[in-house]
Design a protein around this ligand. Sequence first.
Ligand code: DGY
Length: 331
Amino acid sequence: MASTTGRPAILVARKVFPEVVDHLRAHFDVDLNDTDDVLSPQQLAQRLQGKVGVLTTGSERVDAALLTANPQLKIVANIAVGYNNFDMAAINAAGVLATNTPDVLTETTADFGFALLMATARRLTESEHFLRAGLWNRWSLDMFAGAEVHGSTLGILGMGRIGQAIARRGAHGFGMKVIYHNRSRLDAALEADCKACYVDKAELLREADHLMLVLPYSPEVHHTVGAAEIAQMKRTATLINIARGGIVDDAALAVALREKRIAAAGLDVFEGEPKVHPDLLTVPNVVLSPHIASATMGTRMAMAMLAADNVIAYLTQGKALTPLNPDVTSA
Ligand code: DGY
């Protein structure tokens, strides 16, 4: 529905914090999907009628069909730093501004990457299940003996802001040797700050004791880690994915974990999430979490507020704070 008050109308496609809605309502007529249910593409297209802006999460796809059905749309603001739910070619062609939420989640997400690495290397969830199941009636010297973290080699694939924050934790906090691979090499000052050494992908796979995936998803990086890559890793290695589902071939990983071709994996993201490959649910040497790397109240609030501020700034002043396609200027 178009606005009946003369103010611009926007849609918030998923439930957000009341403070964020109040902030938006100071400027716009706000239609809020006040549930945690994802709108279907048809429902989203329908709810967007007459709206000039929308706050999305990674669950709502913005593509040519949606944009064609809503030519009045001016801005799509993702409450996420990743934006693989956006078809950027279609968004650019439609002259719509797209924004994401960089920076505000960097340190929180890096904390979680390290939490998952520690839990995986030190077999935390496996040992907790054992205890809860009442199986702890003896102790042995090698009980749940895991892999060292301090002093080991941390490999990072994808060295953007979050990768760098993880490198700093590893190098400065845990005395790890940090190696990384990225599309482009960091400049010397940043490498020194992160104490990180650039290597090619083969060396990264071969040398890492713990391999952390932090690269953004695009079709080009689909199954960047599959059976062939896992075969190049140390049998004692752990693999941590806090990037996006689809970067790892989950079926191949489940086989590798069952056959102990690597020691363990920690996964926060999955192909086809919220579904999880059934074989991953039955192997013991994997720590699983439901895409919560940026989930602290403070960070989730900051992400939602930044998305709201992007919509407000673009629709009231013509300039968003964190645009993905800043050349679009049609507001
Ligand atoms: C992000 O911001 O991209 C996180 O993965 C949450 O979706």
